[in-house]
Write a protein that binds this ligand. Structure first.
Ligand SMILES: *Cc1c(COP(=O)(O)O)cnc(C)c1O
Length: 219
């Protein structure tokens, strides 16, 4: 299948999942995850009219997105990978949404940079719903207070929570936990669901799904 056909297929499945969950069409945003794919592979997706993309590395993104953004106005680029504080300035300059605020140090660095650059970007707090030691994110018990700290003390525009459930577990309980925490924190947005489980995530209230390989192919 061509990349355009795979994108159309994913969009159709998102609409179906929205309908089945009794949710309005378009209430789950598709973030097309283009990591490891170059500008040549990404352009056909932009040409279909799709505008929202996700990348997990700052440096890799700097090699392709300034040009792609210059070609097409209205691109919305999400950082979905871990951020080092020495890359915060570059990330704030290039990305439009930061989904991976996963510790206090990075929250502080982003706050400082956003003020310095006059770019107040929407951010998500990443929650380590499975408490996996190798995975980034705030522990579920601390997520609500951390979101409050980011908003009130650092002035960050926290719009929601993001999670990556453990690969070997049923994702449903993790999505449900993230939804519950967002409700407690008074946050509107939930970034959850990838190629293997985005339809499930929509059932549980995902407002953004991050889909890579189902669109671009295997990495
Ligand atoms: C790579 C990645 C995705 C997309 O994964 P696929 O399984 O290819 O859809 C989603 N979220 C994050 C954080 C990723 O790093």
């Amino acid at each position: 299948m061509e990349i355009e056909a795979r994108l159309a297929d994913v969009k159709q499945k998102i609409e179906k999942a929205e309908r089945e969950a009794g949710r309005p069409a378009g209430s789950a945003q598709l973030v097309a995850v283009s990591k490891t794919f170059d500008a040549e592979a990404i352009r056909p997706v932009i040409q279909t009219g799709h505008r929202v993309f996700g990348e997990n590395r700052v440096q890799e993104s700097q090699a392709k997105w300034p040009e792609l953004k210059a070609e097409t106005p209205g691109i919305e680029l999400h950082l979905i990978g871990p951020l080092q504080s020495n890359k915060a300035a570059d990330a704030v300059a290039l990305f439009d949404v930061i989904e991976t605020v996963d510790r206090e140090k990075i929250a502080r660095a982003l706050s400082t940079e956003m003020k310095a650059q006059g770019r107040q970007l929407p951010v998500y707090v990443q929650v380590n719903t499975g408490l996996e030691p190798q995975k980034a994110g705030i522990a579920p018990d601390d997520a609500v207070s951390f979101a409050g700290f980011c908003r009130q003390e650092l002035g960050l525009d926290v719009v929601g929570f993001m999670c990556i459930p453990p690969a070997d577990e049923n994702p449903g309980p993790h999505f449900a936990l993230l939804a519950k925490l967002a409700k407690e924190a008074g946050l509107e947005r939930l970034s959850m669901g990838m190629s293997g489980d985005y339809e499930t995530a929509i059932q549980f209230g995902a407002t953004s799904v991050r889909v890579g390989s189902a669109i671009f192919g295997a990495r």
